[in-house]
Design a protein around this ligand. Sequence first.
Ligand code: PMP
Length: 410
Amino acid sequence: MQRTYPIDVEAVREDFPLLRRRDVIYLDNAATTHKPRQVIDAIREFYERMNANVHRGVYQLAIESTEAYEDARRKVMEFIGARDRREIVFTRNTTESINLVANGYGFKKLTRGSKVVLSEMEHHSNIVPWQILARRLGCKIEYVPITDEGELRYDLMEKMVRDASVVSIVHASNVLGTINNVREIVKLAKDNGAVTVVDAAQTVPHMPVDVGEMGVDFLAFSGHKMLGPMGIGVLYGRRELLEEMDPFLGGGEMIREVTLEGSRWNEVPWKFEAGTPNVADAIGLGAAIDYLKRLGMDKVRDHESKLVRYALERLREIPHLRIYGPNDSYERVGVLSFTLADVHPHDLAEHLDRKFNIAIRAGHHCAMPLHSRLNLTATSRASFYIYNTYEEIDKLVEGLVSALNYYKVI
Ligand code: PMP
């Protein structure tokens, strides 16, 4: 296979201070990504030149801070194909975004016996908030099973969503890499009157995502997995639904009027952003979006597909190595989970770190039900992003072969 890149990887790597300063092969991008200097500079710039609370002051600094914060919201809106800035709520991360839907929408609209449909390949952040809700309200949760190849059982879905109130599904699995056909799922759910939620933590950073095309009601993702800072996330919500929802947190900024007897809420999205928001990191996320847009999301996707294809080919050469998820690189995001004979994933990750400076993830990756379904307690996971190279995958293969010898598997 030709080892070419759709993007200028060398130039990209130059933009990442950590990759220049540390001798590391970083393959844990599904957990979090590194930050280019453009993002770091945007955050520093905010604190050095603007720093003031937003939506409150009438003085120049406050006006500039507010404009920069709201401009970041506009960038997010455009990036995911939303058409109304008010459909973008800033949260801390994907987890908080899904909790907001479960509490703000679920708690208001669902009742005893209502059905929520999830899947067996969900991250805990798209399971636990619904379990908490189900415990409070007495609703039911059903999980769409997966096949042994790590695909959703689409054949069962029609029946499962028939009487569902909410269908909440991950766009791409952070363990299997499987990209789910969310357009089809959303359509099916809508035809049956269910509200749809998509956990896009592993897709918005890696491929073009358009909420309009998808037709989804709510979509959640995290800034830190897409070159942005930690502590800023997004909930996209269809405006009518956001309007109907109750706030989840109360306090300053989310109100229109407060009296001793009660309060009236601010307009969306601000009614969901109680207290002083994470202004600097929202601006950092805006800079991350600018960076990704300059590269082009089609190219980002292409780059990762090529790396995954190469990694699948090379990893298949290794004896006793088992890869989970779809065989076809184009049905996956840049996530590869595997086991190597009976070497414990933590031992393997430590070996790769100690001897090769390779950072991979080991464990259940916050998807314990999925691991149980695969009869596993843990896997090792390598996940790629725009700065990864074929040479790094070669090094990973070398490290895995060395682990085979070290642990005397062969
Ligand atoms: N969903 C998926 C699919 C994820 O991969 C992750 C992060 N591993 C999350 C949700 C949670 O993201 P965060 O920790 O940023 O809330």
